[in-house]
Ligand binder design. Structure first.
Ligand SMILES: [Cu+2]
Length: 156
């Protein structure tokens, strides 16, 4: 078979590009260990409420900030309202008992996916005020009803 030189160059270039792409995915996976955001902590989504980490949901406040433990489910967050100290680091620990949900604190940088089987965790701070929390991953017919409220209060 007679393949013109010009065509051979393009064939080899296309093959080289495919190799580079495959290598970048492999190396990226190997080095940065592609995984859900935050640390990786797994949980049985069918037993969230029996798990000691999520049996007690709500806000735990310390002198250095607060931790919010919350479960997402179709179509609500539990608890539906949390009060946290303003200006201090607030760590959120979230998981889902059913499908993938979103967790977005509107007007802040607080935003993560909530994936069943995993615990999502992030830390942020709030200016005093009331914030709306919404689910920003379509999770079913009641998705638009899925919201919660966060109140950042100045310590007395
Ligand atoms: Cu949703």
């Amino acid at each position: 078979m007679n393949v013109p030189l010009y065509e051979k160059i393009w064939m080899w270039a296309a093959a080289a590009i495919i190799v580079v792409f495959a290598l970048s995915v492999t190396v990226g996976y190997g080095i940065s260990a592609l995984q859900p955001p935050s640390h990786v902590e797994t949980i049985d989504p069918g037993k969230v409420f029996n798990d000691p980490r999520f049996a007690q949901r709500g806000v735990t406040t310390t002198a250095n900030g607060a931790t919010v433990v919350m479960a997402a489910m179709m179509f609500a967050f539990n608890p539906a309202e949390v009060h946290v100290p303003a200006g201090k680091p607030v760590t959120f620990r979230l998981t889902s008992v059913d499908v993938t949900h979103g967790f977005m604190i509107v007007g802040t940088n607080g935003n993560t996916m909530v994936v069943p089987g995993y615990v999502s965790q992030f830390t942020t701070r709030f200016a005093p005020g009331t914030y709306l929390i919404v689910c920003n991953e379509y999770c079913g017919t009641g998705h638009h009803l899925m919201s919660a409220k966060l109140v950042a209060e100045v310590a007395p």
